[in-house]
Design a protein around this ligand. Structure first.
Ligand SMILES: NC(=O)c1ccc[n+]([C@@H]2O[C@H](COP(=O)([O-])OP(=O)(O)OC[C@H]3O[C@@H](n4cnc5c(N)ncnc54)[C@H](O)[C@@H]3O)[C@@H](O)[C@H]2O)c1
Length: 330
């Protein structure tokens, strides 16, 4: 197959100063896209929101990296959580390169804890970046794409959208992004705009994953580069789908879905009738494994072939679909 390229196209990748966003920006740029590397340069999104921001915004070094490799990139330091910031990010692309073809809505912060411990500011941070941030950049980019009759938007969800204790609002926000994606995919049909969403898995904060403890081997296996090919494919002209949701990590790519069972139907039934037919309502998975809250079904395949450090015994390894602490997954 010929290399899938983005020559002449302009891509915005939000939050691309580090980790997953950086990997997306580097891959798109290496395939010919001119990239706006957007990052506010806040502290790494760990669990408590207090990690120190770097002294120099990491977006600069990603732009340098792209240019050194012969690619084209410009920096944007605007915040996605501010509607004016969203407009300024898109304006940066227009001023530098005249248009926007691809938008990857990657930026966002993680705030987690038991629901009763969630602080007001954490709730605002989550809604402002994970939901409104995606909306704030998409709105101005959409106008350009609509005028062009072409666009690709890749949004970012999370395995937390399936339900992880301690990540309730984060997961809710990431499921909101799925709803947004599905509605926008329909709005985009008459304008040649396709919108899809990715739930990535990457070990970028020195974190473990379920039964797998943090290790260089795990970080390498679950690296951002294992997710980037899917994002690039969804950003490509040839990718046929829109409104779809995927999981990606460690080399595994799966399609996630929102499903309704065939169910049970009887007009004017009683509660007792319903209780008697409950198995019919619940239905049976056919081609899909149902993602139960807290169970990372995708993790089963994501670790096929992974060789953990010797310190982790086979007994610890087998049970990856039931993380000891599911929040380790993000
Ligand atoms: N790492 C994972 O396994 C994982 C899993 C599921 C979902 N995600 C999602 O993927 C995305 C990237 O994850 P990551 O682990 O690379 O995160 P990260 O925290 O390492 O990087 C996110 C970047 O976004 C930037 N950012 C934060 N707020 C911003 C704002 N208001 N405006 C512009 N930039 C801002 C940060 O400065 C940071 O560089 C996030 O949306 C995250 O929720 C990650």
């Amino acid at each position: 197959m010929n290399e899938l390229r983005f020559d002449g196209q302009v891509a915005i990748v939000t939050g691309s100063g580090r980790n997953l966003g950086r990997a997306y920006a580097l891959l798109l740029a290496s395939r010919g896209a001119k990239v706006i590397v957007n990052d506010l340069g806040v502290g790494i999104s760990d669990t408590d929101g207090v990690a120190a921001a770097p002294r120099v915004n990491p977006a600069y070094s990603v732009v340098e990296e792209i240019r050194r490799a012969g690619g084209e990139a410009e920096v944007s330091l605007h915040s996605i959580s501010d509607p004016d910031g969203g407009r300024a990010i898109v304006q940066t692309a227009i001023d530098a390169y005249g248009t926007v073809d691809i938008l990857v809505n990657n930026a966002g912060v993680v705030r987690q804890g038991p629901i009763e411990d969630m602080q007001d500011s954490w709730c605002h941070d989550l809604v402002d970046t994970q939901i409104l941030g995606t909306v704030n950049v998409t709105r101005p980019a959409w106008r350009v794409m609509k005028e062009n009759g072409y666009g690709r938007v890749v949004n970012v969800s999370s395995g937390a959208a399936f339900g992880i204790p301690g990540m309730s609002l984060y997961g809710a926000a990431k499921l909101a992004v799925v709803g947004l994606t599905r509605a926008l995919s329909l709005e985009g049909v008459p304008h040649g705009i396709r919108v899809n969403v990715v739930a990535p898995y990457a070990s970028v904060r020195g974190n473990g994953f379920g039964r797998y403890k943090a290790s260089p081997e795990l970080a390498d296996w679950l690296s951002p580069e294992q997710v980037a090919p899917l994002v690039a494919w969804l950003a490509h002209t040839d990718c046929p789908c829109s409104g779809e949701w995927f999981t990606a990590g460690g080399g595994h790519v799966g399609r996630a879905t929102i499903a309704v069972s065939d169910g049970w139907m009887e007009h004017s039934h009683t509660t007792e009738d319903l209780a008697a037919h409950w198995n019919d309502v619940m239905g049976r998975p056919v081609d899909f494994r149902l993602e139960a809250p807290g169970a990372f079904t995708a993790a089963r395949r994501m670790f096929e072939g992974f060789v953990p450090p010797v310190a982790q015994t086979p007994g610890q390894i087998r049970n990856v679909s039931a993380p000891a602490h599911p929040a380790d997954a993000d």
